[in-house]
Design a protein around this ligand. Sequence first.
Ligand code: NAP
Length: 351
Amino acid sequence: MNSRPNATEPNSTEPTGPTGLDSIAPTMPAAVARHYGNADVVAIESVPTPQAGKGQVLIQVEASSLNALDWHFLTGTPYFLRLIAGLRRPKRIIHGADVAGTVVAVGADVTSLRVGDRVFGENAGGGFAPYLATKAEYLAAIPEGVSFQAAGATPVAGATALQGLRTHGAVRPGEHVLINGAAGGVGTFAVQIAKALGAEVTAVCSTRNVDMVKRLGADHVVDYTTDDFEPGGARFDVMLDNIGNRSAADCISVLRPAGRYVAVSGPKENRWLGPIGHLVRTKFAFRRTDATFHQFTASSTPEDLTFLGELLASGQVVPEIQRTVGLDGVADALAEIGSGHARAKIVVVPT
Ligand SMILES: NC(=O)c1ccc[n+]([C@@H]2O[C@H](COP(=O)([O-])OP(=O)(O)OC[C@H]3O[C@@H](n4cnc5c(N)ncnc54)[C@H](OP(=O)(O)O)[C@@H]3O)[C@@H](O)[C@H]2O)c1
């Protein structure tokens, strides 16, 4: 089942059905962006509180977090994204794909969730507001003992790292994994998930993040400002690439013969198509080798969320939260993501 939220689904502020909850105010504050642009288009506005429609639940949002995805939808770049996100104006006006919170109302046809359930998941935006109406099928239960902030930091970045390593990289215990871009949202989950899968991990980051990445469990750290991951070594079984700044030849040369190159991202070299040209060229180069090329768009399925919840509950994965902000901190946090050098996760507590 692919339960990824449809990007065209409005995180609408329009009422969609009856909740019967008199205690919830009809309007709420939200970090809203009505136009494509940089962080300065984000403003705190009062908008209608959403309601749970058919198949949906209304969540009181306790935590959301920022992802590169939010920046792409905020800026509408690369431009091909606007085919689904809205050609002239964004359909998604409240960003924040990650959500963790409590179900406060249940719409028609929802049997899997009840009022009071603690849930987390990925949505078509809407997390940078105190309430969010979303499909019940996008959500999974937050295990006992796991905080809202940890759960809210996890869906997009955690599922991307998990699917990159487990589904596409097919990482097995004892294998050696290279993680290029280990200090961001996806990277900090990837280091910990690769260790949980039993791998030896070499992580690439800049000087200021070396200690953090070591603390998260990396066996070896390459500071890309002073060093290199030594193309030609042919010593890695899997390369998880969150950056895409190296040539296909360099990536092929560090992989063992049956190695797997997993492209999470690529250089933002083209404002229209983003990394697509780079990915096509890299894929083509891998056709002449025994190593394999894998590219994917992550989708936070409830099954993956449940597995991630177990990793959180067992302490094998502890989301690295660099800071927590309120709605008034969303614009600055988005700008930090846009810089390409955000560290780990920034959590938003919208109430
Ligand atoms: N395929 C998918 O479905 C999917 C899903 C999620 C994300 N993504 C993409 O994956 C990428 C990473 O996402 P994210 O959420 O982790 O982003 P992020 O949180 O913004 O992290 C960016 C990180 O990249 C590091 N970095 C920048 N230049 C680097 C370099 N030359 N070498 C090594 N590290 C470098 C930065 O660390 P330093 O400050 O140490 O440089 C920073 O920590 C984004 O491009 C995003 O769009 C794809």
